[in-house]
Design a binder for this molecule. Sequence first.
Ligand SMILES: CC(C)(COP(=O)(O)OP(=O)(O)OC[C@H]1O[C@@H](n2cnc3c(N)ncnc32)[C@H](O)[C@@H]1OP(=O)(O)O)[C@@H](O)C(=O)NCCC(=O)NCCS
Length: 203
Amino acid sequence: MGLKIDYHQVDVLNNLSQIIDLTKQSAKLERFVKSDDLEEYATYFALRSFIKASFCFGAYLNGRLVGFIVGHLKDKENIYGDKNIISLYLSLKAKFSQYHFMADNEIYSETCQQLLDEEDIETDGEITLFVVDKNQRRLGIGKNLLLQALDYYQKNRAEIIYLTTDTECDYTYYLNYGFKVRQRGIVSYPDKDVGVFIEYKVF
Ligand SMILES: CC(C)(COP(=O)(O)OP(=O)(O)OC[C@H]1O[C@@H](n2cnc3c(N)ncnc32)[C@H](O)[C@@H]1OP(=O)(O)O)[C@@H](O)C(=O)NCCC(=O)NCCS
């Protein structure tokens, strides 16, 4: 029998610890951060997406969050503008601004921003964070979450959306859903180069 997964909007504050666990699996955060700070940094990393999110759809297995997708739609109200979320984000941001590893992280963001500026396309939204529990992958959960997000954009008349991804993520995943890589860049870290991609989908 297949898994019984429920899909619904995520309650960020109630599900924060599950969100953090999943976020740690979504990106190579340890590249930037000392292991002691990983938990808090993952919180900061996730909340950075939530403070400008228009939606976050979650997949629940027996009440436990096993995957989520977060995105932003232009001109759409931020549904997670809760003052508790914002103040937690700001306090972590202030804490991490003192740390030298933020500089490495900045290089990544700057490379992506540069690519976006070069393309200079008016976009309607961005998928900012997407992860499925590593023990529940390849079961179709990601597909359901991504299709819900795309449906949301379509219903809200988005014409073009984008996401940024890289060679340390599953950057080919989105090509099956009509995304096309329009720009490529390289972020050079002391130990290796990471290829970054901006992928766009036109509805
Ligand atoms: C990307 C991710 C969310 C996919 O979730 P998932 O639940 O495993 O994906 P699904 O089971 O729904 O897979 C859907 C389809 O994509 C294919 N697919 C799954 N993982 C893939 C991968 N890593 N690369 C390419 N295709 C993949 C599957 O074969 C499946 O195809 P099918 O429908 O023809 O069988 C998950 O692998 C993940 O959390 N990765 C780490 C975080 C990450 O990279 N996030 C994106 C950052 S940009």
